[in-house]
Design a protein around this ligand. Structure first.
Ligand code: V4E
Length: 219
C-alpha cells in the first residue's frame, strides 16, 4: 500500500548544495513566528493536540490515528495529523478537550466550567478575530513556546510525481528538513526518528513539559 507521508530529516551544512545537485528547484523562502499554547498542566499536548498561532493564523493539529503506540514505527516516524484551520472550529474543539479533561478530574470550580462553556458557545460565530486572546484566558491557556523560523522550500520532479522539501532554520539554533513523498508502507520501519523543532525547543527551554511528553510517548 502507498502512503503520502511527511518525514523529517537532519540538515547538514551541505544540504542546499546536495538538493541543487539532484535537480531540486528553490520555489520560495519565508519567515514566520510561531506561538504554541497549552494549559499550565499540559492538557492539550499530553493528548497530542498542538494549538498554534502563526502570523495571526490559528491551527490545531490533532492526532489523526488513534491507538498510536511507541512500538509502531510507521506511526512514530511519520507525521499524521488532522489540521483544523477554522477559528470557530478550533475554539470548539479545544474547549471540548478542556471540558472533558475537567469533567474527568475535580480540580476545576464552577466559574471555570462556565468560562469553558462560553468559549464552546462561540462555535457558530461568523466572525472571529485571530488576535482575540480572551478565549485563551477563559480556557486558561498560556503560550509555552515562541520561536521564529526561516523556511526555504524546494521542488524536485520525479517519475512518481513532485516531491516537496522544506528546510527550516529555527532562531534557537536548530535546522531540520521535511520531505513530503509517496512511499510504500513497509519502507519506513527501521530508520531513525528525527527530532522536530518543538522537540528540541522543549528539551532546551521547557524540560518539565518535555519530560511529561516523553513519558506519555507523545514525543
Ligand atoms: C511537536 C508536534 C507538533 C508541533 C510542531 O509541528 P511540526 O510539524 O514539527 O511544525 P512545522 O513548523 O513543520 O509545521 P508546519 O509548517 O508543517 O505546519 S504537531 C505534532 N507534534 C508531535 C510530533 C511528533 N510526535 N513526532 C514528529 C516526528 N513530529 C511531530
Amino acid at each position: 500500500m502507498t502512503l503520502e507521508v511527511e518525514r523529517k530529516f537532519v540538515c547538514d551544512p551541505e544540504i542546499m548544495r546536495k538538493l541543487h545537485d539532484i535537480g531540486a528547484k528553490c520555489i520560495g523562502q519565508r519567515q514566520f513566528r510561531d506561538l504554541y499554547f497549552d494549559s499550565p498542566d499540559f492538557i492539550l499536548t499530553l493528548k497530542d493536540f498542538w494549538l498554534r498561532c502563526r502570523e495571526g493564523l490559528w491551527e490545531l493539529k490533532c492526532p489523526a490515528v488513534s491507538g498510536t503506540t511507541p512500538d509502531n514505527d510507521t506511526e512514530t516516524l511519520c507525521t499524521r495529523y488532522r489540521e483544523i484551520t477554522s477559528f470557530p472550529l478550533i475554539q470548539s474543539e479545544v474547549s471540548r478537550i478542556i471540558r472533558e479533561h475537567t469533567a474527568e478530574g475535580s480540580e476545576s470550580n464552577s466559574s471555570q466550567k462556565e468560562q469553558i462553556d462560553k468559549v464552546a458557545e462561540n462555535e457558530n460565530a461568523e466572525v472571529c478575530s485571530a488576535d482575540d486572546t480572551k478565549w485563551l484566558n477563559d480556557l486558561n491557556l498560556v503560550c509555552f513556546a515562541e520561536f521564529k523560523t526561516e523556511r526555504c522550500s524546494y521542488m524536485l520532479e520525479r517519475e512518481t510525481g513532485a516531491v516537496r522539501v522544506d528546510l527550516d532554520q529555527a532562531d534557537f539554533g536548530y535546522c531540520v528538513g521535511e520531505i513530503e513523498v509517496l512511499v510504500s508502507e513497509g519502507s519506513l520501519s527501521c530508520e531513525k526518528k528525527v527530532q522536530g523543532k518543538m522537540h528540541v525547543y522543549l528539551q532546551k527551554y521547557r524540560p518539565e513539559h518535555y519530560a511529561k511528553l516523553l513519558s506519555a510517548y507523545i514525543l
